[in-house]
Design a protein around this ligand. Structure first.
Ligand code: NAP
Ligand code: G4F
Length: 379
């Protein structure tokens, strides 16, 4: 059965006309890995009404489940997968107030299920209910400084949480393809420049240590159980949707506040730290490409250019017609117990195998973020 063409399969269970309607959807993805849910509905239960066509459409769409859908990357990935014709479900944790600002514009096209990376049964239940073809694990405590305040909780989310998801896949359906959001923070005190998939890790924060665990448990489940599990080692990626605590957004937001007379200065920590910064919208495309390959693997995703925090600030202030030196002050309290001084990635493997490359340049990224914050505060 798994070797049948999707259109032929639908013809068997429905009829030729409906199968014809579904042809464009079938051609979206057919790799013989659709779950048995696709053949559960019997022809007798269908006629050719719009409701049935809609139902059929959903049955034949590839399904994706995204953890961390309310975050920066989750929102861009959800947009991308919806554009590609996926049936997208986002996993959200319960909170006393909803935190859906980044996905507000997608709410009528997304399904949300409640679960938490801390709760094994909730994850198993979410997989049972959604039966995804692809699972993207983007949920994490992602702010590095907080990982020194809450190291144990960080490990629960970012390390053991990955095992919980992999266990859920192992129990529910081993054919679910899995993406793990690994991080360049794992390289920490770097052993070589630039960093590749083969560079040894030396994490410098509890966050980085937890991500190393998440990376290796993903590799381990691939090797132990033959899961299609990929680890994307993504370097810093930013956007107007970035949380305001991260340095790029803190700067673009600070510039806008100063420009609009709402602040007089901006306090920053280590201005000499260098990062390989890209645009989040470009990076989620790499995630998708990883899960479309014939073999699972691990990939570094980076621009191959490093810039300092100081350079980012200079460009950002200049975009608003301001001189950075007049407004930025260095605050030693914002320095970290152990710093990652310089990250720069070599994404040759992703460029060669996935055909991925970033579209947005560093100056374009800075302008995009500053313009968005200026516009938001000017409203
Ligand atoms: P983000 O904006 O901070 O989003 C994190 C998401 O994780 C939020 O949706 C959050 O939900 C969710 N989450 C946290 N704890 C959870 C739990 N216990 N159960 C369920 N959901 C939980 O992060 P991001 O920038 O989009 O990054 C996405 C992923 O990529 C993260 O794993 C991050 O560590 C990794 N990464 C990011 C970068 C980067 O530069 N952005 C680089 C490398 C790797 P709430 O809305 O409920 O808080
Ligand atoms: O923007 P950041 O907080 O990002 P960081 O620590 O590199 O982590 C981000 O990228 C990782 C990928 O490498 C992700 F895994 C992680 O989830 C997150 O998305 O800090 C960047 C640099 C650091 O060196 C920091 O010391 O900026 C320096 N910095 C200087 N002043 C500051 C500040 N960082 C913050 N957050 N705030 C400051 O005032």
């Amino acid at each position: 059965m798994v070797h049948m063409d999707a259109t032929a399969l639908i013809t068997v269970f429905f009829n030729a006309e409906i199968a014809e309607d579904a042809r464009p959807l079938c051609s979206l993805r057919w790799r013989g890995r659709y779950h048995r849910r696709h053949i559960r509905v019997r022809r007798s239960s269908l006629d050719k009404s719009n409701a049935d066509r809609h139902r059929l459409k959903r049955l034949t769409m590839p399904r994706a489940l995204i953890t961390g859908v309310t975050g920066q990357d989750g929102s861009y990935l959800a947009e991308l997968l919806l554009e590609k014709g996926y049936d997208v479900t986002g996993l959200v944790r319960r909170a006393s107030t909803e935190n859906f600002a980044r996905i507000e514009h997608l709410r009528d096209r997304l399904t949300l299920v409640q679960a938490d990376l801390l709760d094994q049964l909730s994850l198993i239940d979410a997989l049972e209910r959604t039966q995804p073809d692809e699972l993207y694990n983007l949920a994490a405590m992602s702010f590095v400084p907080s990982s020194w305040q809450q190291p144990v909780l960080t490990a629960e989310f970012d390390a053991i949480g990955v095992t919980r998801l992999l266990e859920a896949i192992r129990l529910v359906n081993r054919r679910i393809r899995f993406y793990q959001a690994s991080s360049s923070e794992m390289f920490g005190q770097v052993r070589e420049v630039p960093q590749t998939e083969a560079t040894p890790f030396h994490p410098r924060s509890p966050y980085g240590v937890a991500k190393v665990y998440g990376h290796f448990i993903t590799v381990n489940y691939r090797e132990s159980y033959g899961l299609f599990a990929c680890s994307g080692i993504l370097f810093n990626h930013e956007s107007p949707r970035r949380g305001r605590e991260f340095v790029t957004r803190k700067i673009s937001d600070g510039v806008a506040r100063i420009k609009h007379g709402r602040a007089r200065a901006l306090a920053l920590g280590n201005l000499d730290a260098q990062r390989d910064w890209g645009f989040a919208g470009d990076y989620v495309q790499a995630m998708w490409h990883m899960l479309q390959q014939t073999e699972p693997g691990d990939y570094v995703i980076a621009t191959g250019e490093a810039h300092s925090v100081r350079e980012f600030a200079e460009l950002a202030f200049a975009r608003a017609g301001l001189d950075c030196r007049e407004f930025v002050r260095e605050d030693p309290a914002l320095r970290r117990p152990a710093e990652v001084d310089h990250l720069i990635g070599n994404s040759t493997k992703a460029r060669t195998v996935l055909g991925w490359r970033p579209a947005v340049t560093f100056p374009q990224l800075v302008d995009m973020m500053v313009d968005a914050d200026l516009a938001a505060l000017g409203r």
